[in-house]
Structures are given as structure tokens and as C-alpha cells.
Write a protein that binds this ligand. Sequence first.
Ligand SMILES: Nc1ncnc2c1ncn2[C@@H]1O[C@H](COP(=O)(O)OP(=O)(O)OP(=O)(O)O)[C@@H](O)[C@H]1O
Length: 275
Amino acid sequence: MPASPDQALLSVRGLRVSVADGTEVVRGVDLDVPRGSAAGLVGGSGSGKTLTCRAVLGLLPAGVAVTGGGISLRDVELTALPAAERARLRGTELAAVFQDPASYLNPSITVGAQLAEVLRVKAGLARRAAREGAVELLHAMGLRRPEHVSTQYPFELSGGMLQRVLIAMAITAGPDLLIADEATTALDVTVQAEVLELLSDLRRDRGLTLLVVSHDLAVIAQVCDTVHVFRDGVVVEAGPTRQVLRAPRHPYTRELIANHERFGIDRVREQRSRR
Ligand SMILES: Nc1ncnc2c1ncn2[C@@H]1O[C@H](COP(=O)(O)OP(=O)(O)OP(=O)(O)O)[C@@H](O)[C@H]1O
């Protein structure tokens, strides 16, 4: 039976994650992310956003483990899958981009060659088609002069350009879900807004579902339909982004909004009203 559009693509129920000394750092998190939507995870440092995403990806650091709850993608229970199957799903059905894109690229190989290699391995393209596909993807990521960019080495590109290259790599195999964990945090505000715009375009044009992690409410306000506010490993408030930002119920959400008022949400609202 085809999935209905608002059926949850990703469903996290009562997720618990513990670190090596037994401390529980994610303490019963629920997330329902409908197909084609953009869900935001916001909260202070150490509140459990990244480990929740890494649990979804099946990429927890050594010594850190899921100790309770479930994670399903469509109706497949991910926590029950063998490691090899989870690895297969990463890159094909689930993909992620993080902060510091340069660290995910080989400094001595051109970005075009690295992207072509991903296209060969993940999308099964022949060498020449992969080279051409790499240039097309760079163009689709909004990079000007994509032929030239494809011949450049990572150190020759700006942070925003590198993140576009990493996004291209992440989506080569047509994943359903893209996790962007602080993916624009290191970028200056203008470039950040442009990369977020690219994510929204990919969502609209390719039906990508987004899970966006940020400590910055302005980022969530720009991209996400729903927001989940994390604090100390629990979601203290969740709901439609507009509603949560306009009428926050939890004191911690109010505190986050107050902290961002001067340079975050208002700026995004202004940008939107100018369009
Ligand atoms: N490998 C690890 N070993 C032990 N503790 C860890 C490990 N990774 C994360 N933690 C702890 O788990 C908690 C949740 O961390 P997590 O990285 O999910 O937070 P976060 O909300 O993403 O914060 P940040 O914005 O700083 O990345 C924190 O207390 C963190 O110190």
C-alpha cells in the first residue's frame, strides 16, 4: 500500500541512549516526522540532539548505545537491523551532513572526482557518466561554474561551497531522509541562509524529508514545519514551529526565544516578509 503523504517517515518512540559510564543522556525522546516535512531539533549544548540523530543513523560513538525505545523508518524497525543492513541504509535511504564539511573530504582529490566516486559507488554510474553527473549535481546545488568547481580541491572552496558539495554527496542515491546536524553553524549568516534555502528547495523538488538540528532558533524558523525543544535529554516542548515560537508554553522555550530575539527570529521574519 503506498504511504499516505502525512504518514510518519521517521518515528522515534521513547528513545533512550546511555554513555559508557551508564549515564542516560537521551531519556525517552519521541519524534514523528511526516514524509516530505522538515522537523527541527533545537536546544542547548549537550541536550541530546546529536545523539538522537546518530541513533537514527546507527552511528553512535563507541561506548554509547540505545538502551530503550524504538526507531522506525517507514515501518522498518531500525534498532532491530544487523549492522551491515544499517550501513546499507545510510547513504541510500538516510543521509546526513554535519558541521565542518572539509573534514569529510579528501584534501588531495578534486571535489569533482570525489563526487564522481560517490556516484559510481552509490548510484552505480559508469566512470564517464559519473564525471558528468558530478558536474550536473554541483550545478543543481546552486554552485556557479560547476565545471570549474569540479576541478578544484577542497581548500580552494569556501565553507558554504564545501557544504553544498557535501549535500550533493549526501543526496546522490536519492535518500528519503536528510539529517542536517549544525550543518550551517560555521557559515556566516548570508551564506547560512542560502544553504538553508538549498535544503528547502531539495525538500520541495525532490520530496526530501529533513531533520534539522540547530542550537539556533532562527535556523529552525527558516526551514522547519515543526520544532522539538530538547533539554537534558528530553523533549520539553514540540509542535508546529510558528505556534511554538509565537506562543511557547515551556519556560525553557521562552528562555531560548528571549536569547535569540535580538539576532535570530526577527531577522528571519523580516526576510520572509520582504519576499
Ligand atoms: N561519546 C560520548 N561519550 C560520552 N558522553 C557523550 C558522548 N557523546 C555525547 N555525550 C554526552 O551526551 C550528552 C548529549 O550530547 P549531544 O551531543 O547529543 O548533545 P547536543 O544537544 O547535540 O549538543 P551540542 O549542540 O553541543 O552538540 C552530552 O552530555 C554529552 O556530553
